[in-house]
Design a protein around this ligand. Structure first.
Ligand code: P5A
Ligand code: ZN
Length: 482
């Protein structure tokens, strides 16, 4: 039996990831604009399966889908001061139409707050219009100056999910944030991704937000990746865009707003968290092909393995399983195994003359690289069980990995040591002062993810902030991040 190897996955993660993106045909990164890549059919199918789940969740929770234009007039963008300050360095501008300079420059949306909110002020009139919940999945553009990486940090975010909501008061906006967290949790389970949620420090919240939450996964090299964010804007944008409603008593109030954002980073997280040295390991929930059948013909054998394989394929297909029969004649079975392992297909079925003779089939699972023989009648049932077991195993393995990379420490020396060897997330007592937080970021050469969320889990007593020696109020998480 082959043992799964995760050496390159862990020790040369960047190279492993960059090679795999192309080798597994997720994206082609040779497009001649930096930070903008091409979705290949195989990768896109997987991404669409993730999106389909998100659409269903949005439907379930009463969000309506919209599609806004990609261009925003400069005059709209200029309305919320913090938002401008946060994004102006990342904006792509359109200055000309044909040969003529534009009177009002247009920008390519980096996110859609400033596109949406003047329309919200027309649509939202009365308390009966609230809560107001919309979302879209579109491309947005950010001139990222940090190192770009396919799916992880791109300049054209091509599958940007953003939901935007408006509410009558702060409490209802808070209720929305809890709903977002619940949706996110269901999505994470669907992707077999364990994660942590932190409340960002004030100096790192989303531009224009009252507060921001971030959800992180643990990457193979001990760095974290943010794969989702939820923001409570309070009335900041409503004031800037004049989003007011008439209350039951006839007063006029600014609405409270929230947003929730994700992107193709979700797929990057799936690739990174579950993969190994043989390539991708896809959760069956999103695999483009859940089961691949490889017939292993033998010369002079009286048994028709391809016909036998086709029978199995039809039965699996009728059971609603995404199955592919790899009957290419010019390619040897060993080569096919290698290719489908690289592409992360969760289950492989092998059938040779001996299986036909005995009425059996071999089922191989990608996560553990283990095989078993099952009788022909049992195939569908065993495949379903195997897929469930893969989901469970992927989640459990990743959860152990995440948990073993979270280290509570009480001194900066211990924190430094964590970043020197196996990296991960350190949890340090913190006085809550911005200056201390920023200085600890410097000393550790790491980012403060924030404090554990919900906040009750972050409160501590009887500990000292290791930087200033004052009483610590919170646990703060620090990590090297993507
Ligand atoms: C929330 C939606 C926002 O933009 N406005 C509407 C809010 N938040 S965010 O944190 O800036 O982005 C949301 C999520 O998008 C992903 N993301 C990226 N993915 C790939 N490449 C990038 N350059 C990039 N920038 C952000 C992250 O997952 C982030 O949580
Ligand atoms: Zn301090």
């Amino acid at each position: 039996m082959v043992r799964i190897k995760r050496e390159r996955w862990q020790n040369e993660f960047s190279e492993w990831y960059n090679e795999l993106i192309e080798a597994a045909e997720i994206q082609d990164k040779r497009y001649p604009v930096k930070g903008m890549n091409i979705w290949m059919p195989y990768g896109l199918k997987i991404m669409r399966n993730i999106e389909a789940f998100i659409h269903k969740e949005m439907e379930r929770t009463g969000h309506n889908e919209v599609l806004f234009p990609a261009l925003i007039p400069e005059t709209e963008f200029q309305k919320e001061a913090d938002h401008i300050a946060g994004f102006e360095g990342e904006v792509y501008w359109i200055t000309h139409a044909g040969v003529n300079p534009l009177d009002v420059r247009l920008l390519l949306r980096p996110t859609s707050e400033t596109a949406m909110y003047s329309m919200f002020s027309l649509w939202i009139r009365n308390h009966a219009d609230l809560p107001f919940k919309v979302y879209q999945i579109v491309n947005v553009y950010r001139y990222e100056t940090k190192h770009t990486r396919p799916l992880i940090r791109v300049r054209e975010i091509s599958r940007f999910f953003e939901s935007h909501t408006a509410h009558k008061d702060f409490d209802d906006a808070e209720r929305q944030i809890r709903e977002d967290l619940e949706i996110f949790d269901r999505l994470a389970k669907f992707l077999a991704l364990p994660y942590i949620v932190s409340k960002r420090p004030d100096w790192d919240k989303f531009p224009g937000a009252f507060y921001s939450l971030g959800a992180e996964v643990m990457m193979p090299d001990g760095r974290t990746l943010q794969i989702g964010t939820m923001h409570n804007y309070k009335q900041n944008f409503a004031r800037a865009y004049n989003i007011k409603y008439e209350t039951e008593t006839g007063d006029h109030e600014y609405a409270h707003q929230t947003t929730f954002g994700m992107s193709e980073r979700l797929l990057a997280a799936v690739m990174a968290v579950h993969g190994d040295d043989s390539g991708l390991v896809l959760p069956p929930t999103i695999a483009a092909i859940q089961v691949v059948i490889v017939p292993i013909p033998k010369k002079d054998s009286p048994y028709d393995v391809v016909a036998y394989a086709r029978g199995i394929m039809e039965e699996l297909r009728n059971a609603g399983i995404r199955v592919y029969l790899d009957d290419r004649e010019e390619i040897r079975p060993g080569r096919k195994f290698y290719e489908w392992e690289l592409k992360g297909v969760p289950v492989r079925i092998e059938v040779g003359p001996r299986d036909v003779e005995s009425g059996e089939a071999v089922i191989a699972r990608r996560d553990l690289l283990e095989k078993e023989s099952v009788s022909r009648e049992e195939v569908v049932e065993r495949v379903k069980k195997t897929m469930d077991s893969i989901m469970e195993n992927l989640y459990t393995r990743a959860k152990e990995f995440l948990e073993s990379h979270i280290k509570p420490v009480e001194t900066l020396e211990d924190a430094k040591r964590v970043f020197e060897d196996r990296k991960g997330i350190v949890e340090i007592p913190w006085c809550g002062e911005e200056s201390c937080g920023l200085e600890m970021e410097e000393i550790l050469d790491a980012k403060m993810l924030g404090i554990p969320y919900p906040e009750e889990a972050a409160k501590i007593e009887g500990k000292k902030c290791p930087h200033c020696g004052r009483e610590a109020k919170f646990i703060a998480r620090f990590a090297r991040t993507y």
